[in-house]
Ligand binder design. Structure first.
Ligand SMILES: [Zn+2]
Length: 181
């Protein structure tokens, strides 16, 4: 059945500017995963999902037309194992901060504890930032106040789950209302 529907599906490679990735939500609205546009079209064609957000493009085939999906929602709830919150690791912190040093804006490849661990700072999202080696070394175990440094943003937990943020790279801006920490 999937194969049949896929054969009839509108061409998904006809336009370069249609979204290549679609966010799939559970029927409950919880983000599940990222699917390819082709997979998204098959889910809609088979009635397993409906288009919640489109980018305005319309996909055409001889028999069907449908809005190009950016966000899909499953028509039936799928039970998934409980997902633990994303822990702050070197990889996830660098990803959250876009590999930019929080102190100088340069390329970052280390993680710094804003309030130093040696002085009671905790390893949690609100106390970690991406930092370049130079700034990390200069800051050492001092506080921002002691250095007269300021953070350009308030660190917080990222708004994506392991599945969405980890495997699929940066989330699309259109997905952000649906991604909660
Ligand atoms: Zn730096």
């Amino acid at each position: 059945m999937l194969t049949t529907a896929a054969d009839q599906a509108p061409r998904t490679d006809a336009r370069a500017d249609v979204p290549a990735r679609t966010l799939l939500l559970n029927a409950s609205g919880e983000p599940l995963c990222i699917v390819t546009l082709h997979r998204a079209v098959v889910l809609v064609m088979t009635g397993k999902a409906t288009v919640l957000e489109s980018d305005g493009h319309v996909l055409h085939s001889a028999r069907v037309q449908m809005p190009a999906p950016v966000v899909l929602v499953l028509t039936r709830y799928v039970r998934v194992p409980t997902r633990r919150p994303v822990p702050p690791t070197r990889r996830t912190v660098l990803q959250r901060d876009d590999h930019r040093c929080a102190y100088c804006g340069g390329g970052a490849d280390t993680v710094d504890h804003v309030h130093p661990r040696s002085r009671g700072g905790r390893h949690e999202w609100t106390n970690v930032v991406a930092a370049c080696r130079r700034c990390n070394h200069r800051k050492a175990d001092r506080t921002l106040h002691e250095l007269g440094w300021e953070l350009p943003f308030l660190p917080r937990a990222p708004r994506w789950s392991v599945t969405v943020g980890g495997a699929a790279g940066r989330p699309e801006p259109a997905w952000s209302p649906y991604l909660v920490a």
